[in-house]
Design a protein around this ligand. Sequence first.
Ligand SMILES: [Zn+2]
Length: 229
Amino acid sequence: MTRTKTAVCVCSGGIDSTIAATIASREGYELHLFHASYGQRAEEREKEVVAKIAAYLDAKELKFVEIPFLKELGGSSLTNITMRVPVGEEVNLDKEKETPSTWVPCRNLILLATASAYAEVISADAIFVGFNAEEARAYPDNSKEFVKRYNAVLEKAVASFSQPPAVKAPLVDLLKPDIIKKGIDVKAPLHLTYSCYLGEEKHCGICESCLHRRRGFKEAGVEDPTEYI
Ligand SMILES: [Zn+2]
């Protein structure tokens, strides 16, 4: 396939961002996968799987960046190892009432700003993200409104002679089961993805992210390829 469009794909190695990157590939974009380490527990594991996903999707480039100040700022059990990551019954998967300790303040805004800088450097046409309706229930930085407003800001955030890239969130209206069905449709490498907050070799199966993953496969009626501890 001749690829005339270029996309930066923000990829954590999880299901959502991997499917978004796969969709970019199927739409004919040349892929530049982008992973950020911000002191999250799973950063080394994520980098391993993102490298495999980049190879699988035949990405033109794989960019790893360090955003260490998010850990320094603190405020999240994902980056502060003196805090516990909630597991099992401590997790409220539907998150109507409170912000979990695993929330990283303003992470997506900072990630997108960093990915936008990279996109401007390589004159990318688009930035693909895995934002989705499941996460947006408690995290507004995953919502359609956030993407719309961020795209408006971006028009004034790049140089006058640069074309601002468009942030694209192809899963923004979907909940996990439909995201997984979409992933099967586009032949995303779900078997390579890693979701666990804890960063061990195998998925713990009981942190919030693992619980979402398990529930998503179950509700989608799709066999879960994951090996849980
Ligand atoms: Zn887990």
